[in-house]
Ligand binder design. Sequence first.
Ligand SMILES: [Zn+2]
Length: 56
Amino acid sequence: MLRQHVGHNLVCVMYGDEANVAIECEDCNEVLLDYDNEDVIKQGKKYYDEYEGDDE
Ligand SMILES: [Zn+2]
């Protein structure tokens, strides 16, 4: 799956105050891997909700 991105520009991006970290391919504009940091989500749930807030 990652093979097609060999030679591409891969970046590690953080979302929502470290609640989520993703590896993205800049060339394809595609998220390859992402990890939720559950500790941060629990501690900073409120902040994370605000950060996400596209319901408004
Ligand atoms: Zn790529």
